[in-house]
Design a protein around this ligand. Structure first.
Ligand code: LIP
Length: 245
């Protein structure tokens, strides 16, 4: 990612609100090769495809380049997001719709050299130092990040809420990389982050990092192919936020 940020990039798919790069596929191949050769018993579910036995109890959930449109334009706000999930043995409040829960989460921003890590049940860390969410409990003091996903339908669903919320908070931010928005809430830089039409690989690692930093991570399935709607916050603001159906 560092080597190619300013380079011209080949796009495999271009739609009005999204770009998928050849570098996304190459980056996932790199990650797949390393993880699958070191842990053959774990499957891999990535934005650019799956590998291994989908019945496996363990799976890696990978977004090889989160913030691809930023990266395509040379905007240094993008990251690698990798989570390890296990099929939950019993009903778990942390499980996703298909029964897997996250045990390990790693998000790396190669442009700011910031590495967020979390193991379930232990404090989340940024470059090895423990992090905590903010203590801001009032919306009019809060910075809230929001995402509009990749299609017109989600845009139309989210815009009315954006117009209402922007008047109640201190600032809204639309940064274009879900995994970094989640780690920014976990680090107390943002106080909340909301998105609908987001995919499990965008949020699995960041969601655990947020929970291990004392935050609240609410997710519900909202469509096929691992699509979710979610509200991430410092916990104190949770009751004041919603995400359109
Ligand atoms: C992106 C997310 C972002 C969302 C974009 C896209 P990608 O993921 O991080 O929050 O608004 O539509 O889904 O495609 O760069 O991995």
């Amino acid at each position: 990612m560092r080597r190619n940020l300013a380079e011209t990039k080949r796009a495999n798919v271009v739609t009005q609100h999204d770009i998928k790069l050849e570098l996304d596929v190459r980056s996932q191949k790199l990650i797949e090769h390393k993880l699958c050769s070191s842990f053959p018993e774990a499957a891999l579910l990535g934005e650019e495809g799956i590998a291994g036995d989908p019945q496996s109890d363990y799976r890696w959930v990978v977004d090889p380049i989160d913030g691809t449109v930023n990266f395509a334009y040379g905007i240094p706000h993008a990251c690698v997001s990798i989570a390890l999930q296990q099929r939950a043995k019993k009903r778990s409040p942390f499980a996703y719709a298909d029964g897997y829960e996250t045990l390990v989460g790693v998000v790396y921003d190669p442009f700011c050299n910031e590495l967020w890590t979390a193991l379930r049940g232990q404090p989340a860390k940024l470059n090895g130092k423990a992090i905590r969410v903010s203590r801001r409990a009032k919306l009019n003091e809060a910075i809230v990040s929001i995402g509009f996903a990749k299609n017109r339908e989600t845009l139309e669903a989210m815009l009315p809420y954006f117009v209402e919320l922007v008047q109640r908070v201190r600032k809204m931010r639309i940064m274009g990389a879900a995994a970094l928005a989640l780690t920014y809430v976990a680090t107390g830089r943002f106080d909340a982050y909301i998105e609908r039409g987001i995919r499990i690989w965008d949020i699995a690692a960041g969601g655990l990092i947020l929970q291990c930093a004392g935050g609240d991570f609410w997710q519900k399935p909202s469509g096929p192919d691992h699509t979710y709607r979610m509200i991430a916050s410092n916990g104190l603001l949770r009751r004041r936020l919603t995400v359109p159906d």
